[in-house]
Design a protein around this ligand. Structure first.
Ligand SMILES: [Zn+2]
Length: 208
């Protein structure tokens, strides 16, 4: 047998096996299980973050929200309000000692936090760490842009607020909800990927 033909035959089983392995484009999103009691379409968010030196934090909260609003065929559309009591997603600044915690999200019914794994929530609170060194975190090309880093962290927290938990498989390293911020530093992800879009469609349904 000619060597080329022999090599081809050897590789056929390998090719078939690779086709059976799920790729990162499959539905890898992870849900908490709970969700907003109200579909977050035509709902309000309130932006109370403070300016941070060198970072336009309020603007990039709005930009992160816009990236979620612009996701295709999802029932995510949140409009900014100055009336905090009308909001179902509040953004605050917080000084957290651990600078590695860029932001955190809590889920609420009235004045009590709830476990998103077991209970649906009426509103959510995102707190962005004023202590984190956003401007010293590079993208994969070695470029430092604190505004984009901040937006990546906000967009990730919005995913939590909507009901998405962390992706922990390294097949999903290039998704916004990967547990480690290397989704940004190694892959430059700062927006909802197809994975998160599939996730919120699963939680709240399609727009059309
Ligand atoms: Zn997270």
């Amino acid at each position: 047998m000619k060597p080329v033909v022999k090599i081809f035959i050897t590789f056929i089983p390998l090719i078939l096996i690779l086709l059976l392995v799920p790729t990162s484009n499959s539905s890898a999103y992870t849900r908490f299980h709970g969700k907003y009691t109200q579909t977050p379409y035509n709902t309000y968010y309130w932006n109370g973050v403070d300016q941070i030196p060198t970072i336009n934090a309020p603007l990039y909260v709005d930009n992160a929200m816009s990236m979620w609003n612009n996701t295709s065929n999802t029932r995510i559309w949140m409009v900014k309000t100055t009336n905090q009591s009308a909001s179902i997603l509040d953004f605050h600044s917080k000084v957290l000692e651990d600078i590695n915690i860029l932001g955190r999200t809590t889920w609420w019914v009235g004045n009590s936090t709830v476990d998103p794994k077991t209970t649906n929530w009426y509103w959510a609170k995102v707190e962005m760490n004023k202590n984190s060194p956003y401007s010293s975190i590079p993208n994969p090309k070695g470029v430092y842009n604190g505004n984009i880093v901040f937006a990546a962290a906000v967009a990730h927290e919005i995913g939590h607020a909507l009901g998405l938990a962390h992706n922990s498989s390294y097949f999903d390293i290039d998704t916004l909800m990967f547990f480690d911020f290397i989704f940004y530093t190694d892959y430059g992800i700062y927006y909802p990927t197809n994975d998160e879009i599939l996730g919120v469609r699963n939680i709240y349904g399609y727009l059309y």
